[in-house]
Design a protein around this ligand. Sequence first.
Ligand SMILES: Cc1ncc(COP(=O)(O)O)c(C=O)c1O
Length: 436
Amino acid sequence: MSARAPLSREEIVRLDRAHVWHPYTPIATWEKTDPIVVARAEGSLLWDADGTRYIDGNASWWVAALGHRHPRLLRALREQAEILDHCALGGIAHEPSSRLARALVEVAPRGLSHVFYTDNGSTAIEVAVKIALQTWQHEGARARKKTRFIALDGAFHGDTVGASSLGGVEIFRRPFASVLFECVRAPFPEANAYARAFDAIRDVVRRERDTIAAVVVEPLVQGASGMRIYPAEYLRALSELTRENDVLLIADEVFTGYGRTGAMWACDHAGVTPDLMCIGKAFSSVVPMGATLATDRVYDSFRGDPARALWYGHTFCGNPLGAALALEVLAIYEDEGIVAQAKAKGARIAEAFARLAEVSGVSGVRALGMIGAADLGAGGYAGDRGWRVFDEARKRGAYLRPLGDTVYVCPPLTIGEAELDELLEILAASVRATLT
Ligand SMILES: Cc1ncc(COP(=O)(O)O)c(C=O)c1O
């Protein structure tokens, strides 16, 4: 059989069941499921091999902010592939990675001036952790004790061991807890109690500042733990707190960056420049890629003696195809006014979720930018209520993978208004069908 001969839908599922190990998927559930088998994608839509059309309600795990197969991205990919496909970045410079770094620095919160490329969001965090640790190693005997990290309850920063150590979602941590490094946990700043949460982290930072390397946060929205939103005031105060106490601030914009919250960066809502900012997902939109941006203060501490070098790097970091794509992503953001679009469409999402709050059985709703979420129970990620909505939404033509008992939408920022309304109607009808 030729490897290129098209497979039937049934054959794809058979091969998949035999050999593919799926992320975040219990095997027993998978074996019982008749899965969506995506054959093609365009804009905000996915097509099953059987011809069924689905609206991509989460932009394929928050990546396709510009929708699928944006013609300019396809062109950029083709053109770059004609010239230079892959080339190591160790001791080599190339045009896509240099131009991209400059473009990123121009668009990033002011003061972030250097870009370290990685393969994905988790490794963008992983290197931020190492950079933070090593920065303090360079600052003398006293600073060398600064080896601990603070992260928030419910945080999610990726799946490598370092990133998991910062994570605060118990179900993801538990199997690996024995090897994760210690992380000081601070309370999540609920909107109605963020001042109290801030007092708690302020006390820890002041008391432990001699041993704390950095505070790591998802600015404004914790994605994986249920689209939990907190006030910009908390982030602003946290930035001042870390500066006053000589502790680094690492902002994980892997999910919140690129306009998802209605501003280019969630940090922009608070006017904050972190010491390190991690990006991924929408950043390259098509191929896996991440990056960590650093201030001069951090970068400069690695200058001088070769022993100060950052002995770290991933094989595909700065990959020319990814860099060319990421550069075109930024150009499209500018040319198509993507962030302004997100802001305008976000109002529709907020209204739809406000209406959902009136449905009996919906225990909480929230929205920010192109994110809307509703809680249907208190089971967290292990809850199954969102999965019932998933099944209903699938029947109605939308892909709405939940976060356990929380259902949410995070569509492409470029979704058309008619498709966005359709998605929101499907969500509302599916929630009603599930709860009543
Ligand atoms: C806030 C945040 N950080 C990091 C990551 C990890 O990114 P990746 O899956 O590309 O490694 C994620 C993934 O969902 C994320 O939401």
